[in-house]
Design a binder for this molecule. Sequence first.
Ligand code: ATP
Ligand code: MG
Ligand code: FE
Length: 329
Amino acid sequence: QNIIGIETSCDETGVALYNADRGLVGDLVYTQADHAAYGGVVPELASRDHVRKLPGMIRELLDRAEMTARDLDAVAYTAGPGLAGALLVGASTSVALAAALDVPAIAVHHMEGHLLSPLLEDPAPDFPFVALLVSGGHTMLVAVEGFGRYRLLGETLDDAAGEAFDKTARLLGLGYPGGPEVARLAETGDPDRFDFPRPMTNRPGLDFSFSGLKTHTRELVARVAPEDHADVAAGFEQAVAETLAIKCKRALKETRMQRLVIAGGVSANTRLRAELERRLSGRVYYPSLKLCTDNGAMIAHAGWYRRAEANRDGMIAVRPRWPIDSLAG
Ligand code: ATP
Ligand code: MG
Ligand code: FE
């Protein structure tokens, strides 16, 4: 069983091959560069870039794996959540490819792709676990009883963690995406020099709020010198990492679960990983670094889990908004 996974929900074009016996047999990601000049993703540019890149990437993926399209048994694609126009490029390409090959297509939920991505690693976590999904558009804690059995424990009331990194990067005059840039600058900074809040940690509950942290950073940046920026970046990063880690620990306690899985772009952050190890050592599972941000591998892999929903109805339907707890097992 060879499943191709196609990801176009935002500004990464991802294609990958997952084989039921051999695991991942190919994985290509193209990160669109045009958005950097705007400091954020421009939907129209994203759609156009996916159209330009996707066909050639599918060909290259198959060539490198020494396969042809005839070797594919199913086409999995991201049907949502994400940018409507960008999703439509992947969905229409995938449904057309599946129809031409006379194989089924599988609509995959992008966040379920992130959520299941640590299962591609060795050792893979067993169910049940708590998942912290931290990306550009989401910050959620999910109780995962098993495949398709997801209960939302908490989420952000305003900005996502990745969004907070992106906005902080802009305040510091750094590029987009901001997470890796803030992390790089923070390496030389002192995280304790400036005080940062740990939003919503001193009251019960598992929701998050990162917009206050961003405002705090803006006011701080306005009154410090440029040579202090590394300390600002480190303090901000430490505040996000600790805030997330405190809530993760609380979620494990409340659910009485033993394992934590983290996924999504921000799960690549080393300070966050260190903070989680410090508080929950040996109980945390991550995707490998290149599977943290958007990719086709997690879509092919989730498509394998969702193979019972494969269909040949030719419907090109995307769901730009799609709550993860509406999925069934
Ligand atoms: P979503 O998955 O919610 O639809 P998305 O797909 O755009 O959003 P991802 O590709 O999963 O998000 O993650 C991108 C986000 O991760 C960006 O906000 C980026 O700044 C952040 N990010 C990437 N690497 C790091 C890092 N090392 N530290 C902190 N943040 C990071
Ligand atoms: Mg992205
Ligand atoms: Fe994502």
